[in-house]
Design a binder for this molecule. Structure first.
Ligand code: SAM
Ligand code: SF4
Length: 463
């Protein structure tokens, strides 16, 4: 038997890329590849790139410069290192990468990575291989399932892609071009994936998609199912104690989803709902197709479904033409909603998107200053949200050993990291924790064991 070949994947960007990286590992496992954390040892290095923000492609080219050195060193030891570029930069710049970076063997877009074994073989024979088409076959239908050992090694929390692509065409965003048109996976395929994960120790599933609540996959009854209906079905799977979904669009929040929040204890009351700006003028220029008031109403609907729901969001500062008045409207919206956390970014023109050609770029210094003010406000809100947990008992799903001996780390419903001193056996269980204090963004506390309910027991009783 030939020794295993070593694979190193460096992933940038969103949760979907983290998930894609795992599926590339699964696609290459039958070819005898095992993962290595050390790039210098690797027989194959994959850069799984992101094209969303700032200088994404330059970063890839400078990383490729470093990899050329590693590859030359490997060659000096009589070893061949293959290099592949995957993800959204690969999709956007395919031919250009082949032209500018001779070190690259394979360029593969996000819709084609199931073909990696074939592309690597092709590169072996012909020198290079490129695939950035949007193939007709569904990659999920042909990707090999992860091995039970691989699932266990990845821990108790897993991502599952249920929807890909986007038809919304926000004027700043490359996703509709790099990930293609919106498509939803069939319910039965997702149920199978989640059952397999649960059977191998996974307790928490995050359903992911660029526009996850636009989900409309074929159901077993021949009808299109909404995300709310899908979540309801997945909550029945033994072993699954927590469900999440990300990222949602405010225009696609329907009654099924709200009802799922109302009825299902397994659906976590933490919703990532990007708004981008609080100014109607900027929202229109962004082609978001909602106003700030529409967004406020969506938040109110969630809150009426469950008062426990907390929100996070994404914001872009310095979109072309953004005035101080527009920016104040964003600050006012944040102040009014009160977030448990949020991501904020400086606008970055993405080649090929409509906003990249808009005049009135906001000067860099103004963007910096606005970003700082927004982040300060969000930080204050996040700290207040975290502080409010002190003195309370919260349910924590324990994930792994912490850095200190005897310490175990888990997360609350709101994804707050929580540290307790406890035996390893609590990993995979949801247990109540009395929160004593805060250390930066983490909660510190003790198990409130009297009322503890192991996740497995809850799942077994269907609770
Ligand atoms: N589909 C999601 C949505 O509609 O909000 C998220 C898409 S994107 C992967 C994640 C975030 O990146 C966006 O919500 C936006 O805030 C940010 N983003 C996208 N394009 C950007 C750009 N050109 N400049 C700065 N930030 C950007
Ligand atoms: Fe990009 Fe807008 Fe689609 Fe989100 S909804 S992926 S921001 S185009």
């Amino acid at each position: 038997m030939s020794p295993p070949r070593k694979l190193h994947i460096k992933s940038y960007g969103c949760q979907m890329n983290v998930y894609d990286a795992q599926r590339m590992v699964d696609a290459l496992a039958p070819e005898g590849f095992v993962e290595t954390a050390n790039v210098d040892d690797a027989d194959l290095v994959i850069l799984n790139t992101c094209h969303i923000r700032e200088k994404a492609s330059e970063k890839v080219y400078s990383e490729l410069g470093r990899l050329r050195v590693a590859r030359d060193e490997a060659a000096g030891q009589g070893r061949r290192m293959q290099i592949a570029v995957a993800g959204c930069v690969a999709q956007a710049e395919g031919e250009e990468i082949i032209r500018r970076a001779p070190v690259v063997d394979v360029v593969v877009g996000p819709q084609s990575y199931h073909n990696l074994p074939h592309l690597l073989a092709k590169a072996e024979q012909h020198g290079r291989a490129l695939e950035t088409e949007f193939p007709i076959e569904d990659k999920f239908g042909v990707l090999p399932q992860p091995a039970p050992d691989a699932i266990r090694a990845r821990g108790i929390s897993a991502f599952v892609t249920v929807q890909e692509g986007c038809d919304k065409f926000c004027t700043f965003c490359v996703v509709p071009y790099t990930r293609g048109a919106e498509m939803s996976r069939p319910v039965a395929a997702i149920v199978e994936d989640v059952k397999r994960l649960a059977e191998n120790g996974v307790r928490e599933i995050t359903l992911i998609g660029q526009n996850v609540n636009a989900y409309h996959g074929d159901g077993p009854d021949g009808r299109a199912w909404s995300l709310g209906r899908l979540v309801r079905r997945l909550a029945e799977i033994p072993g699954i104690v927590r469900l999440r979904y990300s990222t949602s669009h405010p225009n696609d929040v329907d009654e099924d989803l709200l009802a799922a929040h109302r009825d299902l204890p397994a659906l976590m009351p933490f919703v990532h709902l990007p708004v981008q700006s609080g100014s109607d003028r900027i929202l229109a220029a962004m082609n978001r197709k909602h106003t700030a008031d529409d967004y406020r109403r969506v938040i109110d609907r969630f809150r009426s479904a469950s008062a426990a729901i907390a929100f996070s969001s994404d914001f872009i500062v310095g979109f072309p033409g953004e005035t101080e008045r527009d920016f104040s409207a964003t600050l006012a919206l944040v102040a009014q909603i009160g977030y448990a956390g949020a991501y904020s970014f400086k606008y970055s023109p993405r080649p090929g998107t409509p906003a990249a050609d808009m005049p009135e770029m906001v000067p860099a210094a103004v963007m910096d200053e606005r970003l700082e003010r927004l982040q300060q406000l969000i930080d204050q809100q996040q700290s207040a949200f975290n502080k409010a947990a002190i003195g309370r008992t919260v349910e924590v799903l324990f994930e792994r050993a912490g850095r200190k001996p005897g310490q175990i780390v888990g997360r609350t419903a709101y994804l707050q990291p929580t540290h307790v001193m406890a035996p390893d056996s609590i990993i995979g269980q949801v247990l109540p924790v009395r929160v004593d204090s805060l250390e930066r963004y983490s909660l510190l506390g003790e198990l409130a064991s009297a009322t503890s309910r192991p996740a497995d027991a809850m799942a077994a009783t269907g609770a």
